[in-house]
Design a protein around this ligand. Structure first.
Ligand code: TYD
Ligand code: MG
Length: 456
């Protein structure tokens, strides 16, 4: 018999009968790989494989007759996770937790299993029972109803789940799963797609929520979660720099809530700790009065986050001056330097410039521009900026300071953390509430104003 095979795009999962160089669906180059497909059974038999007694097939129903989804959500006993899920775990939902290896996905979900006081099935194809036990001991919480199962066969896993009837199922990870009905290796596109589909059908039929861990590489690589995003209900991404303790859990997709929420954790000796007041930890005390540091009042997701931006500007001794940025877009840094050169006559051209956002947090909010600019000038001129001052503003190409979203929330957070002054844009300031948050609000329209106000 001829072996049946097909080609799949490893980025988006599009199928093609022959190899092609450029994916017509996502536009990526050289992503097509051959995979062997051999279906021994029909789709119908397959989706029933985990079930011993066959259930009647359901017929089309009137929308009116469909029982409305019980809005009750399961409390995960984890404030940050509840927040990103939109207020708790929805019954029968399937949640993909993505992230780079070693970021803490297994820890997060094992911790969830142990904090719960109901029956949990934790399936691991990556670690042995003993390894999981060791991790559980570090985390410290105890749940007598937490079951560990190490298998990779999806049909077998679902059979066990059916016997056990757990309240939550956790799968670590989707790349290790394999369906006996498909011939390609675990982690390949067709396996990942098939297994996730199987889990999704199971979740929908039994109403048991399923968490699925998925690895991504630096390039977004293997069996890209892009392909899974369509199948699952919620996509959470766990990010952060491995060398720092802070981890951010971001919602990329949520069928039951907003995607603006983020959860913040710190990894320590005893697993992941929830951080409900991140700003307090991200700002260092103002003891040494050093130059080159400014506090930005930024907003990540819906949460105000006060961050310290640090700059080091020093004369370049060897050849071409260097520019380097951690946690901030390098092109944006070059743009801000050009604006400072052109509009304020500050010469950075012969200097090395290093920029760092404290805590290893990657910021996408453009409102931290103003703090970055302040830190750069502070380092160049070696003038210390009082740590009771913070900044929120986007800097435009002509040196104008543009207004930012959620200004009120930023001012409020600055007041709550005991700041004296916050600098914001003059534009649209009439929209701001006249409320007093215990912090003085100063308005700037151009970078020249900043120079005059702070560095005069
Ligand atoms: P892990 O959950 O295994 O990551 P992933 O499943 O995403 O690959 O966790 C990885 C790191 O977390 C590991 O390098 C060790 C660290 N860690 C701690 O620092 N403290 C702890 O209590 C635990 C359990 C892990
Ligand atoms: Mg893991």
């Amino acid at each position: 018999m001829k072996v049946k095979s097909s080609f799949f795009c490893s980025n988006c999962g599009t199928e093609s009968p022959k190899w092609i160089g450029k994916c017509p669906s996502c536009g990526e180059w050289n992503t097509y790989h051959e995979e062997i497909l051999e279906k021994k059974t029909t789709q119908e038999e397959k989706s029933d494989a985990w079930r011993s007694s066959k259930k009647e097939k359901s017929a089309p129903k009137k929308l009116e007759d469909v029982s409305s989804l019980t809005a009750s959500r399961i409390d995960t006993h984890d404030g940050e996770l509840n927040r990103v899920l939109g207020g708790g775990l929805v019954m029968g939902s399937i949640i993909l937790v993505g992230g780079q290896p070693g970021i803490g996905k297994s820890t997060l979900l094992l911790q969830l299993a142990l904090k719960q006081q109901s029956k949990i099935l934790y399936v691991s194809g990556e670690e042995s029972e003993e390894q999981i036990k060791m991790r559980a001991n570090r985390i410290g919480h105890k749940n007598p109803e937490c079951y560990i199962y190490t298998d990779v066969n999806v049909t077998q896993i679902l059979k066990e789940a059916n016997k056990l009837q757990p309240d939550i199922i956790i799968i670590d990870s989707v790349q290790t799963l394999m369906s006996p009905f498909i011939d390609s290796t675990p982690g390949s596109i067709s396996q990942v797609r098939e297994c996730t589909g199987e889990l999704q059908r199971y979740a929908k039929e039994t109403n048991i929520p399923v968490f699925v861990i998925g690895h991504i590489t630096k390039e977004g690589g293997i069996a890209g979660p892009k392909l899974l995003e369509h199948i699952v209900d919620v996509v959470l991404q766990f990010e952060g720099d491995q060398h720092y303790a802070y981890r951010i859990l971001r919602t990329l997709k949520n069928r039951f809530g907003s995607t603006d929420e983020i959860g913040i954790y710190a990894m320590d000796m005893f697993g992941l700790r929830e951080i409900s007041n991140p700003s307090e930890l991200l700002i260092s005390p103002d003891d040494d009065k050093l130059s080159g540091s400014a506090v930005a009042a930024s907003v990540e997701g819906l949460r105000p986050l006060l961050l310290e931006t640090q700059a080091l500007v020093s004369p370049a001794i060897y050849g071409t001056p260097q520019r380097s940025a951690t946690g901030f877009d390098l092109r944006r840094l070059s743009m801000l330097l050009a604006v400072l050169e052109k509009r304020c006559g500050l010469a950075f051209g012969q200097n090395d410039v290093f920029l760092n956002i404290a805590g290893g947090i990657k910021v996408t909010d453009p409102s931290i521009d103003l703090a970055v600019v302040a830190a750069l000038i502070s380092s160049l001129q070696d003038i210390h900026i009082n740590k009771k001052i913070c900044f929120a503003g986007e800097v435009g190409l002509s040196g104008e300071i543009r207004p930012v979203s959620r200004a009120e929330q930023r001012i409020q957070e600055a007041g709550r953390l005991g700041f004296d002054t916050i600098y914001i844009s003059k534009y649209k300031s009439e929209l701001l509430p006249k409320k007093n948050f215990g912090v003085e609000v100063k308005m700037l329209s151009r970078i020249d104003d900043l120079l005059r106000e702070i560095f005069a």
